[in-house]
Design a protein around this ligand. Structure first.
Ligand code: PXP
Length: 235
């Protein structure tokens, strides 16, 4: 059975919107774990738009499963990851203005930097993953650079429809099989929701799915009734 890592960034998005103490990502992580999450994922973005360093430190101390830190190659982020020593680190590309991570990491462009940072993280027993497009040459280079895992960017699959989506799913399937064959753990994530997960979850060799936005979004509807009822009683 594939593992589920829950990305709780958008719990912090809501908190940072007003700088209130709630909703607390630590509390969210506890609920996710209770519901069966196999890991908690957070992205410490360069602009700190949601998750903060203090969240990561608290999560590291409190979570019972494993912490996966999504991180760019910016010097201060790398320095923090080396201090945090998360169970997993997933290196992602990052642009300041993007709404969310657009596309996979250009492993060819950053091969020099990656060949220094991957072993530095691994020295702390952090398992290193690269967030990449489902592309054979990129997977090959990820292995050469010493990554333990790759996470395949499923954003394209999530946004396409019909035959185009089926073709992208086939591309992902081939990439997963190739990654497995050369000894990589292959994860997948981005844009996955309660509909599009069904077909991709049939690819048995995917080790872990990292899903955030859809889970946090739907939790509003699956919790709104109780939230209104409680306030109505108080009013
Ligand atoms: N995996 C990676 C590497 C990501 O950067 C993100 C988004 O932060 C996700 C998974 C989760 O994507 P979504 O929030 O669309 O489920």
């Amino acid at each position: 059975m594939a593992l589920l890592g829950v990305n709780i960034d958008h719990v912090a998005t809501l908190r940072q919107n007003r700088f209130t103490p709630y909703p607390d990502p630590v509390k969210a992580a506890q609920i996710c774990e209770k519901a069966g999450a196999d890991g908690i994922t957070v992205h410490l973005r360069e602009d700190r738009r949601h998750i903060q360093e203090s969240d990561c430190l608290k999560l590291k101390k409190t979570i019972k499963t494993k912490l996966n830190l999504e991180m760019s190659l910016a010097d201060d982020i790398v320095a923090f990851a080396l201090k945090l020593k998360p169970n997993d680190a997933c290196i992602v590309p990052e642009k300041r203005r993007e709404l969310t991570t657009e596309g996979g990491l250009d492993v060819f462009k950053y091969r020099e930097k990656l060949s220094r940072i991957i072993p530095a993280l691994q020295k702390n027993k952090t398992r290193v993953s690269l967030f990449i497009e489902p592309d054979i040459k990129t997977i090959e280079l990820s292995k050469k650079l010493g990554a333990d895992c790759v996470e395949l960017h499923t954003g394209k699959y999530a946004n396409l429809k019909g035959i185009k989506q089926k073709r992208e799913l086939e591309r992902i399937k081939k990439a997963v099989q190739f990654g497995n064959k050369i000894g990589l753990i292959v994860n997948a994530g981005h844009g996955l929701n309660y509909d599009n997960i069904k077909a991709i979850a049939k690819i048995k060799q995917i080790h872990e799915f990292n899903i955030g936005h859809s889970i946090i979004s739907y939790s509003i509807f699956w919790g709104l009734f109780e939230a209104v009822r409680k306030m109505k009683n108080l009013v």
